[in-house]
Design a protein around this ligand. Sequence first.
Ligand code: RTP
Ligand code: MG
Length: 157
Amino acid sequence: SAGREARSERTLAIIKPDGLFGNHMDAVKKIILESGFRILKEKIIQLDEESAASFYAEHSARSFFPSLVQYMTSGPVLVMVLGKDDAVSSWRTLIGPTDASKAKITHPQSIRAMCGTDAEKNCVHGSDSPQSAQREISFFFHSMPSGINASFIGETL
Ligand code: RTP
Ligand code: MG
């Protein structure tokens, strides 16, 4: 029955530079798999300023934007497409609130509580809606235009 299952929802997950530098990749992937997600695609990339700014364009007017771009370009990131029923909201629930310092108090079992630090350095990303997921998956896995000079480090799958 290959290909006849209902296609599960997809979301985009990122382990951010602090997550990789902090050696949290294996622990986060273990939680992902034990929570019933399939890792459909994954690659490690180094974002440049242009691609990080484009990815977070919705926040371009915010005061934290320059710092966010600096953070997201401070080292490699692991980008994954996760599949599961209700993947978008399921992954957002698993990662916990944006501010990791608050997550440690209010959502101590969450991924951001486990490996994040504060309102910026929060270890992981998750798409906030199915529409965002589609845009973000295309950004990293279909269109990442060669003009957006994110240097490719490695890929599995
Ligand atoms: P993400 O998009 O990375 O999954 O995070 P999110 O939806 O929980 O939070 P969002 O509001 O979209 O913010 C995007 C990222 O910007 C950084 N940020 N810094 N210093 C600050 O007040 C602040 N606020 C947000 C975080 O890295 C956040 O994940
Ligand atoms: Mg967001």
